[in-house]
Design a protein around this ligand. Structure first.
Ligand code: FE2
Ligand code: FE2
Length: 377
């Protein structure tokens, strides 16, 4: 059915239609190409760039919109879309969406699922062991002080949280880039279309790297930490590369299980901050790079950033479980043109193949309606 959908309206035409006139995007994060049109004008029109620079320099220094990374003239008709031209597509969340994320787990159904799930369990156990993370439940009638809870291994301090998050994000940014690279090479080698997977995978990789860049503003890791990351990246990159050649389905399932763990980790972090067990972060302000990337309020707190990061992880969980349910060789990426909002991505593990098929057909319908509306003007 998915293949049939592609034949009916080739993806090339679908993309072209969106580039000219974005489809209506109610209740979804539309993967339109409005940012592309802004990017085109920024690249080809010197005047646009000069005007932007002038506007930037005339803004007060405390104004976040004067950041060199943001173009205030980037205009989008969809308020939740990213308006700058310095990043790939990623959703910007409403307050309701940020709270809509749930901790979920998909039971392993096939041998490949079990392999992926057990690998993630092993990786988590090994990482917890090496980093001394115990995840001990706090006794219900405990009146231990913060110091005692930390010493007893019940909760992490700021330093331990950052170690954990920074290491995990250096790893999390690898799979999307590897998968995108391999699909790119396959497309070149076999001289055939990719079915829209590459962009989503690249977006995931960049999104994870932005998590890393955000948390890097809070701590500069030691040489020892960097050496560990270097070694881990060398091993993980090559293993994932070879595994993706053998079984993309298992690899997407592996990433999805990894993302399930990321949602658990950030949910716990949010809880710790809200319960006052991480006082160093209670009133810490959000780093400017995060305010810019997630379009947060100028007075946003680090807690708001962590809510946004958790929503991103939930997106990765949803996307990778969905991709693992598809045929990587022949099926179109259902998220090539738009994505469901967090009320779906945060509460559902992913699309089954039949649901993905329906979603692609709906996307085509939206495109058709948009085309008709444009032609009737
Ligand atoms: Fe992440
Ligand atoms: Fe992630």
């Amino acid at each position: 059915m998915l293949k049939a959908s592609i034949r009916k309206i080739p993806l090339y035409h679908a993309t072209a239609a969106l580039r000219v006139a974005p489809a209506p995007c109610l209740g979804v994060s539309c993967r339109t190409f409005m940012t592309s049109s802004i990017r085109r004008s920024a690249l080809t029109s010197k005047r646009t760039y000069e005007e932007t620079s002038k506007e930037n320099s005339s803004r007060p220094s405390g104004d976040n919109s004067s950041s060199a990374l943001t173009k205030p003239d980037g205009v989008s008709t969809v308020p939740t879309m990213v308006r700058g031209d310095w990043v790939l597509f990623h959703p910007v969340y409403t307050p309701e969406e940020l709270k809509a994320v749930e901790v979920l787990h998909r039971d392993a159904k096939t041998i490949n699922d079990k392999l992926a799930s057990n690998l993630v369990k092993f990786a988590r156990w090994a990482f917890d062991f090496v980093s001394g993370y115990k995840h001990k439940p706090i006794p219900p009638d405990s009146n231990m002080t913060l110091e005692q809870l930390r010493k007893g291994g019940y909760i992490l301090d700021e330093h331990q949280w950052l170690n954990r998050i920074l290491f995990l994000e250096t790893i999390a940014g690898v799979p999307g880039m590897v998968a995108a690279t391999l699909r790119h090479l396959t497309s070149l080698r076999l001289m055939r279309r990719d079915n829209g997977w590459i962009h989503t995978l690249l977006e995931e990789a960049e999104n994870e790297r932005m998590h890393l860049m955000t948390f890097m503003t809070l701590r500069q890791p030691s040489i020892f930490f960097r050496a560990i990351v270097l070694g881990a990246q060398g091993v993980f990159y090559n293993l994932f590369f070879l595994s993706y050649i053998i079984s993309p389905k298992t690899c997407h399932r592996f990433v999805a299980y990894l993302e399930e763990e990321a949602v658990v980790t950030y949910t716990r972090c949010i809880k710790e901050i809200e319960l006052g067990r991480l006082p160093e972060w209670t009133s810490k302000t959000a780093p400017p790079i995060a305010i810019d990337y997630w379009r947060l309020a100028p007075d946003a707190k680090l807690l708001d950033v962590i809510y946004a990061v958790r929503s991103d992880e939930s997106t990765h969980r949803f996307v990778n479980h969905s991709l693992a349910n598809l045929d990587a060789k022949t099926d179109v990426n259902p998220f090539a043109l738009r994505e469901p909002d967090m009320h779906i991505k945060g509460k559902k593990l992913g699309f089954e193949r039949s649901e993905a098929d329906k979603y692609v057909q709906e996307s085509h319908k939206i495109l058709q309606q948009s085309k008709v509306a444009r032609e009737s003007k």
